[in-house]
Design a protein around this ligand. Sequence first.
Ligand SMILES: [Zn+2]
Ligand SMILES: [Zn+2]
Length: 387
Amino acid sequence: MPIKNRLAEMHEEITGWRRDIHRHPEILYDTHRTSALVAERLKEFGCDEVVTGIGRTGVVGVIRGKTDTQGRVIGLRADMDALPMQEQTGLDYASETAGAMHACGHDGHTAMVLGAAKYLSETRNFDGTAIVIFQPAEEGGNGAEAMCKDGLMDRFGIQEVYAMHNVPGLATGQFAIRSGPLLAAADEFDLYVEGRGGHAAKPQETVDTTVMLSQLIVALQTIVSRNADPTLQAVLSVTSVETSSKAFNVIPQSARVRGTVRTHSNDMRDLIEQRLKEVCAGIAETFGGTVNVTYTRGVPVTINAEEQTGYAAEAAISVGGSCDEAPMVMGGEDFSFMLEERPGAFIILGNGDSAGLHHPEYNFNDEIIPMGCSWFAEMVERRMPAA
Ligand SMILES: [Zn+2]
Ligand SMILES: [Zn+2]
């Protein structure tokens, strides 16, 4: 079955919702207007239940099929939040909020799951329950984790969960997916390096913090190049260095070194964290200073379950005619928290030749709406075929 006719008919209406959300971007958990709009639409569609306030501003809609003989429950997830950046698209529906912009296409994701919800509420041509999930704070706020902590999966009995992200540079409407790790775990480290400051002309009386941190940065590069299995992908990047002195003749007392670690497996993640701490302790010992490590784990690896990836690809082929093998990427995605709780899959959908995600000229491509909506609806109808 290609694009669902009813969803093709609704293209203009769904585009209208998308552009309205685009005009009013909201950041992190402050998706009050968007959440209210989503809840209002879901009620209009005749969802059996609409629940707000899950994971602070998250919204959930429950749509029961014509029958429920097996107790099947499938979750479809969208993200609603925007980014703290200034839009430069010049669109007539550009952001009306200074310093906030839908530059990741979450406006499109929300509109597409709303479209699927409207279609599923009208047709109910499935045996079981569809749960539509709208989360806040995907961009660095772990909104998916907040919803899970509020009992999302158990409360609604969700058995499998699916989500989608648009990708610029992939042909308009082209689907792609891979089984196993797709997106990376994204962690941060913050190192407080302390020596003994003093006169730059009397280094013998100091423990030179700048020499220590220089050695440290070089030594950190050996973790990925020498400790990690070269067939497994990992990145460690030092992104910021600041010392306590701005003078040319003062050896600083202390410094801060910050950076990020991206990995595609939990073992690799553990290894890098452990080696980072050992390298810091070793350098401190060698130079006679101290290095205090704060290692903060961000989103986990996004791991697509094998079986569910197969179902997602079949639905994509049915809707779009084909589904490519997606490459692994080093970006992170907080849908990974939901995939830690339930098997499921994250699929990508080509946004065509647009500016990249998080770019001030990026815009979600409304042409892909019928494809995205149809895929979500198809997931429900295929995984819970009408009795
Ligand atoms: Zn993003
Ligand atoms: Zn995103």
